[in-house]
Design a protein around this ligand. Structure first.
Ligand code: C2E
Ligand code: MG
Ligand code: MG
Ligand code: MG
Length: 276
């Protein structure tokens, strides 16, 4: 833990590092009361097929702090993971997604999405109670288990791959599908693709940006598509931002897309209105 105070005296830390740690401790402080103060909201970003029809949507948390204003999940989720608050935040997101799925069962909603996916941090996934808690939430809303998917990253398997596989099999057995998020961006190991019972791979958006001009990214993306075909996994590309990227990806036989070109993440009400 970084020590504060004595800012006029001798310091081991540069101003930048000091500012970073100040922001971080503020985030942690205000994160503690964010749920009870109702500062969180879940946005939904639709995923589409090659004709533009909505397949499903990803649940993405938003935080508007009374003290800090809007804080990006890229900034506060790592803090929440470190201090353990991710457990209660994760439960809250799962419950919200289930509530939204339940609303979509009302008759006014036609051609509803096949699923909503929630992002699960390694720290959540390794909890002994994870499976039971999640199933309890889904069953509380009497939902088809296929309607809620789990997005994990490869980090989840780093500490204990056997336990990860066992847990995934258990959830698969309950009808819950897994999507491997941000594939290719982390310490990717192709052996994970072979070992983990995954239904979907999401290709990281870093490979899609500038794909039309970058031969490397074209080859990487095509190779991942080939791997998905071989393992009979669904392949989704993240971060599709324009027509040119889309045209290239369609040519590579990709049939599921997520990105600003189609939809940006949106509040629940706006998302629900797409299905009326
Ligand atoms: P992610 O799971 O990879 O989510 C996709 C991110 O890419 C989202 O950022 C989304 O808004 C953004 N995105 C989608 N399409 C485009 C595009 O075309 N261009 C660009 N530039 N970006 C696009 P967001 O919402 O800021 O979330 C960032 C990350 O925070 C997520 O990455 C995920 O790792 C984490 N996160 C968000 N919500 C949750 C949550 O409820 N629980 C956990 N554990 N993590 C979450
Ligand atoms: Mg995700
Ligand atoms: Mg992602
Ligand atoms: Mg990401």
């Amino acid at each position: 833990r970084i020590k504060h105070g004595n800012r006029n005296g001798f310091s081991f830390f540069s101003e930048d590092l000091q500012a970073f740690s100040d922001k971080r401790s503020k985030i942690e402080k205000y994160l503690r009361t964010a749920i009870q103060n109702e500062e969180f909201e879940v946005y939904y970003q639709p995923l589409v097929d090659e004709t533009g029809d909505i397949l499903g949507a990803e649940a993405l948390i938003r935080w508007r702090s009374k003290e800090l204003g809007w804080v990006s999940p890229a900034e506060f989720i790592p803090v929440a993971e470190e201090c353990g608050l991710i457990l209660s935040i994760g439960d809250w997101v799962a419950e919200e997604a289930c509530r939204t799925l339940k609303i979509l069962e009302k008759d006014i909603y036609k051609l509803t999405p096949k699923y909503l996916s929630i992002n699960i941090s390694p720290r959540q996934f390794v909890q002994p109670q994870f499976t039971e808690n999640l199933l309890t939430t889904i069953d509380k809303y009497a939902l088809d288990h296929k309607k809620l998917r789990i997005e994990i990253t490869e980090n989840v398997a780093i500490d204990n791959i056997d336990l990860t596989i066992a847990k995934m099999h258990q959830l698969n057995g309950e009808g819950i599908d897994f999507m491997l998020d941000d594939f290719g961006s982390g310490y990717s190991s192709l052996s994970y693709l072979q070992k983990l019972p995954l239904q979907t791979i999401k290709i990281d958006r870093s490979f899609i940006a500038n794909i039309n001009n970058c031969k490397d990214n074209q080859v990487i993306t095509s190779s991942i598509v080939g791997i998905c075909e071989h393992f009979s996994m669904e392949c989704i590309v993240e971060g599709v931002e324009n027509d040119k990227e889309l045209a290239f990806l369609k040519e590579k036989n990709i049939t599921a897309f997520q990105g600003y070109h189609f939809y940006k993440p949106m509040p629940a009400n706006k998302f629900l209105s797409l299905f009326i």
